[in-house]
Design a protein. Structure first.
Length: 470
């Protein structure tokens, strides 16, 4: 083999390997579609983000049990000086003179005391310089008792986290149901497209036979016209199936988060029975995430009562601090250059709002009672939904069985009619009618099998049964 021939063979082998790899990658099973949908669906992503948010809130409320510590610092620079100067006499000579006037005293004595006290003065000179002042320290607050507010808020945050987890289970079930509908719809239309092609090919052969028979005079023109009409109907079925197949493929790609124009193929086929037998009785209502969410909502309302009550309870808080003040000169002496420690115990008691508090607590209890009533009503609706889904699944099983029997009967009828037609004992009209009946029964059978698989997924969702890994 020449060098060019080897290169050509190698290129062909690489192309074939790539094509096979691409084909293997584009074949999607039901489980792979579910996994892709849960990873790419916006509803599932929102539920997981809500769970992360609830987790952060739990951690934030847990931190309320710890003391709050604040570091503080302050620096002040001022170019202003505050100076105060004034003379103050130690004795008021005028007042003394008046006192002397009321007392018998010789004139020379009056003159002596007056001259003595008039010269005794005091000079006051104050110079305050707040040029560089700094304050640094640390302060903490520790709630000792806040009426149960922190505990109630923390429990509510934990309940919210549990609700977020349950919401993920519920949203995952919804995403899987949407994905299964898109997947089985695509599988159904693929089988309908194949059935329409086979039906069209069978009708075309009959139409060709009818055309040859008209040329030889063995078949009347009316039969040829009937065959042409059936052939046109078959072409319409094929065209509708092709268009539906394109839309179903795009819908599946959108459901699993792929590009709408990706060439994907389903790896599964429709069957007449469920892959796993379901229990004969309805499971417990508590298996549904919706019912668990209702329970958590009721617990949330009950904790709301404690939270409202805490607003009108005494609140004991312990606080303390350590600080250092430096600066402020008085004349040439620094006034502050020392550290200090402080402690505080606070106990506010809301006495005047007792009536308001009692009424607000009663209102919160009423909300809890309403939530309990709604829970009971919703539980009944959930139970009805479970029974309805079970009935739908039971009907789907029956319809699938009947459609299969009908299809087998039309298959046998077509075989008999074809044998009679080949022997000349049956007309073209009879053969066309048998083919049409078989096509109709086959389509009904395919539709019934697709509805059965969707009804199974919906039943598992409404009863809280596991869906993944079934």
């Amino acid at each position: 083999m020449t060098l060019s021939g080897k290169i050509t063979c190698l290129a062909a082998a690489l192309y074939l390997a790539g094509a096979l790899n691409m084909q293997a990658q584009n074949r999607l099973t039901l489980d792979s579609c579910r996994t892709l949908a849960l990873a790419n669906n916006r509803l599932a992503k929102s539920a997981h983000m809500q769970l992360r948010k609830a987790g952060y809130e739990v951690k934030a409320y847990r931190a309320h049990f710890l003391p709050r510590i604040y570091a503080q610092g302050m620096y002040l620079f001022s170019s202003s000086d505050y100076r105060y100067r004034k003379q103050y006499p130690l004795f008021d000579a005028q007042a003394l003179a008046e006192a002397m006037n009321r007392t018998p005293m010789p004139d020379w004595e009056k003159q002596f005391w007056g001259q003595l006290f008039s010269q005794a003065n005091m000079d006051l000179d104050i110079w305050l310089k707040p040029h560089h002042v700094s304050l640094s320290g640390i302060r903490f607050e520790q709630p000792v008792y806040l009426g149960g507010k922190i505990t109630a808020a923390y429990k509510m945050a934990k309940i919210g986290h549990q609700m977020a987890q349950l919401n993920i289970v519920r949203s995952d079930a919804e995403v899987i149901l949407q994905t299964d509908r898109a997947y089985w719809e695509y599988v159904k239309i693929r089988e309908l497209h194949l059935a329409a092609q086979q039906y069209g090919e069978a009708v075309r052969q009959v139409a060709d036979d009818a055309g040859h028979g008209v040329e030889t005079g063995a078949v009347p023109e009316n039969d040829r016209m009937k065959a042409q009409v059936k052939l046109g109907e078959a072409r319409v079925l094929v065209r509708e199936a092709e268009n539906g197949l394109r839309l179903a493929r795009m819908n599946l790609c959108m459901a699993v988060g792929l590009n709408l124009f990706d060439a994907v193929e389903p790896a599964d086929t429709l069957t007449d029975a469920l892959p796993v037998a379901l229990p004969p009785d309805l499971p417990d209502l508590s298996a549904r995430p919706e019912y668990a969410l209702l329970n958590r909502e009721l617990e949330l309302k009950r904790q709301q009562i404690n939270l409202v009550r805490s607003e009108f309870m005494p609140q004991l808080t312990l606080g303390g601090g350590y600080g250092h003040l430096n600066g402020v000169f008085l004349n040439d002496t620094k006034l502050f250059n020392q550290a200090s420690f402080s402690a505080m115990l606070s106990l506010p008691i809301p006495l005047p709002h007792r009536i308001e508090g009692d009424n607000r607590v009663r209102s919160a209890r009423a909300d809890a009672s309403l939530a309990e009533y709604r829970m009971q009503e919703s539980a009944d609706l959930l139970l009805l939904e479970m029974v309805k889904a079970r009935n739908t699944l039971d009907e789907a099983l029956l319809k699938t069985t009947l459609a299969r029997d009908e299809y087998l009967q039309t298959e046998e009828n077509l075989r008999v009619v074809k044998d009679r037609y080949e022997l000349g004992m049956e007309t073209i009209s009879g053969l066309l009618e048998a083919q049409a009946l078989r096509q109709e029964a086959r389509s009904k059978h395919i539709e019934a099998k697709a509805r059965l698989r969707i009804a199974e997924t919906d039943y598992r969702r409404t009863t809280g049964m596991p869906i993944l890994g079934d």
